[in-house]
Design a protein around this ligand. Structure first.
Ligand code: TRP
Length: 449
């Protein structure tokens, strides 16, 4: 007998879990530093455009595939278009998720190290000049990096082992509201700082000179990363959605909340950076070097630092849970694994990738692929290859290949509500705008534009 597939219990839970997937290091770590190096307001403007023209339509295309079939991408394609060669692309999602989650967990390990050293007080005992060195020494120490990464993965799979409702959904229902509450407290605190207006004008002033092609391409890639697109994460989650959820409304809610978190993270960081006279264009170091410098000079710094890294921990674990669920659901659906066995196999594979990435700043530093160490290589191919190619495939598949009535049926829940504007908007974006935009990004990366 076929085992019943248990999905999310409530619509709120499904949204919380999907927002949990979307809101991650991408929003709190990557978005602010990218806005910082790409000219602030102009970057944000292009980013918003990317969300509307690429993000929401591709999110919808994944939702349509997942919710119409309640299967992972491979099973879904077999059901929607039997015999279609598109199903081979489902492996992009599964492999992409393993690789992305592998290196992403290493950064999550760094978050735990910083959380631990904030709680124990050792982080803020150091001199500000030492922060860069503390960070490099830490990522260069194999045992500490591997230990925290393994601890993180253990927590991640512990939640997953409790299942969709009791693990994934419950965790998101607890962590997401707390994350929003913490973020708002941080925002208020930042806005009360002496030079907060300078920070805000850096973040919101529109200056296209600093943007250039690189900024535009960065914004497109960031939209993919932030909304968890391209590696079938949203197909997987939406396969657990209820049939009466309103896909368009949910996609807009999820994208809006995700974008809000990214912008709020900018509002937390830049007023503080300016008030303490630090460099807003520090790049990826912003969180692990610039922020500790700020916490150290703030009254109650230990508490602020601890709360900040807790926030980051919530954001990151709800994202890795969603990435891990991709291979797990795939193994359950396609190879009839039990959930327990699927989790064990996924955990083993991800741990291998994670440990190799964690060691790429120390023991395995000499191993390079295309001139990059393992971590940097995965950080490059994950967003720039797997997510983009996957996004292109889902856009083309839903835009051009599947039957129109499936899309209509999913958008209107079988005719329950209207989709007069939504359907043409989605179709035009999926057929033309997204493929062209993704091809432009590819051309940019291979140096043709
Ligand atoms: N969206 C997450 C972030 O912003 C990362 C993430 C989670 C992701 N699941 C994903 C990225 C699936 C791509 C695909 O940090």
């Amino acid at each position: 007998m076929k085992e019943k597939r248990i999905g999310f219990a409530t619509r709120m839970g499904a949204i919380a879990a999907t927002v949990g997937s979307a809101v991650g290091l991408g929003n709190i770590w990557r978005f602010p530093y990218q806005a910082g190096v790409n000219g602030g307001g102009a970057y944000i403007l292009v980013y918003l455009l990317c969300i509307v023209l690429l993000g929401i339509p591709i999110m919808m295309s994944e939702f349509i595939i997942g919710r119409s079939t309640h299967k992972n991408m491979k099973g879904a394609i077999e059901q929607l278009t039997p015999g279609s060669p598109f199903k081979i692309f489902s492996y992009i999602g599964v492999f992409g998720a393993l690789l992305i989650c592998g290196y992403y967990s290493v950064v999550c390990g760094w978050v735990i190290e910083y959380l631990w050293s904030s709680v124990s007080g050792s982080l803020l005992e150091s001199n500000p000049e030492q922060f860069p060195q503390i960070f490099t020494t830490f990522i260069g120490s194999p045992d500490r990096c591997v230990m925290w990464t393994l601890l993180f993965l253990a927590l991640n799979f512990l939640v997953l082992s409790r299942g969709i409702q009791k693990g994934v959904e419950r965790m998101a229902n607890i962590m997401m509201p707390l994350l929003f509450a913490l973020l708002i407290v941080f925002c208020v605190n930042s806005l009360l700082m002496p030079d907060s207006t300078k920070g805000l004008s850096f973040l919101f002033n529109i200056n296209f000179d600093k943007l250039g092609w690189k900024g535009v391409v960065d914004a497109m890639g960031q939209a993919f990363m932030s909304l968890s697109l391209g590696v079938t994460c949203l197909i997987t989650y939406s396969s657990y959605f209820k049939d009466d959820s309103n896909l368009m409304k949910d996609a807009v809610t999820i994208s809006t909340l995700d974008t809000l978190v990214a912008i709020l993270a900018g509002i937390v960081i830049f007023p503080a950076v300016f008030s303490f006279g630090l460099d807003p264009q520090a790049g990826p170091d912003l969180i692990f070097i610039t922020l500790p410098t700020i916490f150290q000079q703030m009254p109650g710094g230990t508490i602020w630092a601890t709360l900040f890294f807790i926030l980051l921990f919530f954001a990151s674990i709800t994202s890795t849970i969603s990435l891990s669920e991709i291979p797990i659901t795939f193994l359950i659906d396609e190879y009839k694994f039990s959930r327990g066995k699927a989790i064990i196999l996924t955990a083993v594979l991800m741990t291998v990738v994670a440990v190799l990435s964690a060691l790429s700043f120390s023991t395995l530093g000499d191993i390079t692929i295309a001139g990059k160490n393992i971590f940097d290589f995965l950080d490059f191919v994950g967003p720039n290859f797997f997510m983009l190619l996957g996004g292109l495939v889902t856009a083309v598949y839903v835009g051009w290949i599947i039957k129109k009535y499936v899309i209509h049926d999913q958008l209107t829940n079988g005719g329950m509500h209207r989709s007069r504007f939504v359907q043409p908007y989605i179709t035009i974006c999926l057929r033309f705008i997204s493929p062209v935009a993704i091809i432009i990004i590819f051309l940019y990366y291979v140096g043709l534009i």
